[in-house]
Design a protein around this ligand. Structure first.
Ligand code: ADP
Length: 629
C-alpha cells in the first residue's frame, strides 16, 4: 500500500495544478479583462514616454477659434483659413479630422477645395457610420493624397480607447487608419506593404497581427499632451506657422462642446488627459508609429504556457518542500506572477495580469491544501502503525508468557530436585513441546505480520481439504473432550487446493478452537465440506453462545472480543480471527458468519478450489456477514 502513495500524491498535485490552470483561464476570460485593463492603464501611465521632440502638432479648432470665426456653421471657411495658414509653415503632412460628406455653401466649398489643392500630402478622413463608409465629397477627395479611417471603437468594454485598428473594412471597401496614412506620407513611402503579422512602411515594420479583419495597435499615449496651437492664435500670429515646419499637422475640432468624437483615454484617473478629442488621439497614434516602440500582446497560447509553468511550479513547491520553505517559495512565486506582467511590459509585451495571478493563487492554495491533507493522512497512517506495533507487542508478551512459564517452572524443578528418571523425561518432553510451540507461534505470527505488510510470498503447495483438517481435528478433539463436546466431521470432497498449507491449517484450527471455546459443555460441533461454484466451502457449526448482530461486523478486527465472550470468562486475545481473515483473503477467499445468540454460530470458510497465490492480491470482501433470524 505504501508503494502506491507517491504516484497518488504526484497525480494529486498534477491534477490540482491543472484544475487551477483551467479555472484561472476560464475566470480570466470571464472577468479578467476589467482587471487586466486597469493594470494595463496603470502600467501605460507609469511607462508613458514624455512628448519630447514630437513629430506632430495639433492645430486646434478650439472654443476661442469657434467664437472668433463664426462657430460651427462657418466650419468650411475656418478649415480653409486653417489650411492656408498651415501651408505657410510647410509641414510634411497635414491630416484633417473632419468628414466633409455634405455639400455646403458653394463659394465656401470652392475656397476649401482650393486650400486643399494647395496643401501637399493631405490626408482626409473617412468614418464608418452604421456599417457604411462616410467619405468626403469627390471634389475634396480628389484634392487629397490619401484617405484614412478615423473609426475609434475597438469594442473596448469600458469605452476607454486603448487600441485602434490600423485597417478597417466594410463591404468591399477597406481603409487604413488616418494616422497610418499620415505616417506613410511623412515617411515618403509610396505604399503600405502588408503581411498577416506586420505592416511595412518603408524600412519601418509595425507589428499589427491581423485578426477578425482588424489589425489592433495599442496606442502609447505620451505622458503629457502633445503640442497644440489654437487656430485662432495662428491667425493672429501667422509667424507661429514656423513651428509646423517638417512636422505632421493634425487639424481638427478640440472644443469639447463641439467635438463629437471625445474619447476616454487610459488616463481616466488623471484629470488632465481624461477626455481627448479625436484629432488628439490620431496624433497620439501617429506618435506611436513615429516613435517605433510598439506594445504587442502575447499570443493566447503563450499565456497558457506561462500559466502552466506557474501551476507546475506551485505543484513542485508543495510536492517537494514543506513548512516555511514551501510557503517562502510560494510567496516568491506569487509575487513573481504579479510582477511578471510589469516586467514584460517593460519589454513592451502585454500579458493578462489577472489570468497569471489567478493561476498562481489557485494553484498555490490548491496544492498547499492538498499537501496539508496528504501530510495529515501520512501522520494518521504512521499513528496507526504505531498503535498496531504496540498491540502486537502486547499480544506477543501475553501469548508467550504461558509456554514460557511452563518452561521456566519445569526447568527450575529439574535443576533443583533430584527427580526420578521418568519424571525428568516427562519434564524434558514438556519443555521440548512448549519451546516448539513457542517457536511455531513466533513463526506464524511473523509470517502473518509480513503477509499483512505484503512482504511475503505465500508458499504455493497443493493439498486436499482432508490434509489440513485431520491434524486440526487431532489437536482439537482432546480439548473438546474436556468439555464433553463432540466434533463431527463429514466427508471432505476430494479436491485439490493450492496455497500455504501451514497457514490454512492455522486458520481452520483457530475456527475450531473458537467453536470449542465459546460453546457450553455437552454440545456438538459439525464440520461440513462442500464444493459450490468452483469454491471449496468448509462450514464449522457450533451450538455455543452465538454473537449479537451488532457485534458480528467487529469480530474480524484485531483485539475485538464480544461482550458475551468477555462475560463467559473464556480467556482470549481477540486476534485469532483477524489473522484467519488475513490468511483467507490472501488465498482469495472469504469467511461468512451466521449466528444466533444462545443457539450457535456457523463460520464458513470459502476458498477457490484452484486458489493460486499471488503477491498483493486484490482485496476481496471478507468477513461477509449474514444474519439468520
Ligand atoms: P479470541 O477468541 O482470542 O478472543 P478471536 O479473534 O478468535 O479471538 O475471536 C474474536 C471474538 O469473536 C471472540 O472474542 C468472541 O467474542 C467472538 N467469537 C469468535 N468465535 C466465536 C464463536 N464460535 N462463537 C461465539 N463467539 C465467537
Amino acid at each position: 500500500m505504501k508503494k502506491r502513495w507517491p504516484v497518488k500524491l504526484i497525480l494529486g498535485y498534477a491534477g490540482i495544478a491543472l484544475a487551477a490552470l483551467v479555472a484561472a483561464t476560464v475566470l480570466g476570460w470571464l472577468i479578467g479583462p476589467r482587471i487586466d485593463n486597469y493594470a494595463y492603464d496603470t502600467m501605460l501611465r507609469r511607462d508613458a514616454p514624455p512628448p519630447r521632440a514630437p513629430h506632430s502638432v495639433i492645430v486646434a479648432i478650439d472654443d476661442s477659434t469657434l467664437n472668433a470665426m463664426g462657430g460651427t456653421r462657418r466650419l468650411r471657411s475656418i478649415l480653409a483659413t486653417g489650411l492656408e495658414l498651415i501651408a505657410a509653415g510647410r509641414p510634411r503632412v497635414t491630416a484633417m479630422d473632419l468628414i466633409l460628406a455634405d455639400r455646403g455653401d458653394a463659394a465656401e466649398d470652392q475656397r476649401l477645395r482650393n486650400a486643399m489643392a494647395a496643401t501637399p500630402n493631405l490626408v482626409l478622413p473617412v468614418d464608418m457610420v452604421e456599417g457604411r463608409w462616410e467619405a468626403p465629397l469627390p471634389m475634396f477627395r480628389s484634392a487629397a493624397s490619401a484617405l484614412g479611417h478615423v473609426y475609434p471603437d475597438m469594442d473596448s468594454p469600458d469605452g476607454v480607447m486603448r487600441r485602434i485598428s490600423l485597417e478597417l473594412a466594410s463591404g468591399s471597401q477597406r481603409y487604413w487608419a488616418l494616422a497610418l496614412q499620415a505616417f506613410r506620407l511623412w515617411r515618403g513611402a509610396p505604399y503600405i506593404l502588408e503581411s498577416p503579422n506586420v505592416i511595412q512602411i518603408g524600412s519601418e515594420t509595425i507589428p499589427a497581427r491581423r485578426s477578425d479583419g482588424e489589425r489592433p495597435l495599442r496606442i502609447v499615449y505620451t505622458s503629457a499632451p502633445l503640442p497644440r496651437i489654437s487656430l485662432e492664435e495662428l491667425r493672429r500670429n501667422p509667424s507661429r506657422a514656423s513651428e509646423l515646419t517638417g512636422r505632421a499637422v493634425f487639424l481638427g475640432v478640440t472644443s469639447l462642446s463641439a467635438a463629437r468624437d471625445r474619447v476616454i483615454t487610459p488616463y481616466h484617473n488623471d484629470e488632465g488627459m481624461h477626455y481627448m478629442s479625436g484629432v488628439e488621439v490620431h496624433a497620439q497614434v501617429f506618435e506611436t508609429l513615429a516613435r517605433g516602440q510598439f506594445l504587442s500582446d502575447i499570443p493566447d497560447l503563450d499565456v497558457i504556457f506561462i500559466c502552466a509553468g506557474i501551476a507546475a511550479l506551485a505543484a513542485v513547491i508543495f510536492g517537494f518542500l514543506s513548512g516555511w520553505r514551501a510557503y517562502m517559495a510560494a510567496s516568491i512565486l506569487l509575487a513573481g506572477a504579479h510582477l511578471l506582467p510589469f516586467l514584460l511590459f517593460e519589454q513592451r509585451l502585454v500579458v493578462p495580469l489577472f489570468t497569471l495571478a489567478a493561476t498562481a493563487w489557485f494553484a498555490i492554495s490548491g496544492t498547499a491544501t492538498w499537501q496539508h491533507f496528504a501530510v495529515r493522512r501520512q501522520l494518521r497512517a504512521s499513528e496507526a502503525d504505531r498503535v498496531r506495533y504496540q498491540q502486537t507487542l502486547q499480544f506477543v508478551t501475553h501469548e508467550m508468557r504461558t509456554p514460557l512459564t511452563a518452561i521456566q517452572g519445569s526447568s527450575e524443578l529439574m535443576g533443583r530436585y533430584n527427580l526420578p528418571e521418568e519424571k525428568r523425561k516427562e519434564f524434558a518432553a514438556m519443555i521440548n513441546a512448549e519451546s516448539k510451540r513457542l517457536a511455531r507461534m513466533i513463526q506464524t505470527f511473523l509470517d502473518v505480520e509480513r503477509l499483512g505488510a505484503g512482504q511475503m510470498e505465500l508458499r504455493s503447495e497443493s493439498f486436499t481439504p482432508d490434509e489440513i483438517l485431520q491434524p486440526c481435528l487431532a489437536r482439537v478433539r482432546p480439548i473438546a473432550e474436556r468439555k464433553s463436546i463432540a466434533v463431527h466431521a463429514g466427508a471432505m470432497p476430494p479436491l485439490a487446493l493450492t496455497g500455504d498449507r501451514e497457514l490454512m491449517e492455522y486458520a481452520v484450527y483457530n475456527l475450531l478452537t473458537n467453536a470449542v471455546k465459546y460453546s457450553p459443555a455437552e454440545t456438538e460441533i459439525h464440520l461440513t465440506g462442500s464444493v459450490e461454484d468452483g469454491a471449496f466451502r468448509l462450514a464449522i457449526r457450533d451450538q455455543g453462545m452465538g454473537i449479537e448482530e451488532k457485534e458480528l461486523r467487529n469480530i474480524f478486527q484485531r483485539f475485538y472480543r464480544t461482550r458475551r465472550a468477555e462475560a463467559s470468562g473464556e480467556k482470549g486475545t481477540g486476534i485469532g480471527l483477524s489473522i484467519v481473515d488475513q490468511i483467507i483473503r490472501q488465498h482469495h477467499g472469504r469467511i461468512d458468519v451466521t449466528s444466533r445468540v444462545g443457539e450457535g454460530s456457523c463460520f464458513t470458510m470459502i476458498v477457490p478450489a484452484d486458489a493460486a497465490t499471488r503477491r498483493n492480491p486484490p482485496s476481496v470482501s471478507s468477513g461477509t456477514v449474514k444474519i439468520e433470524t
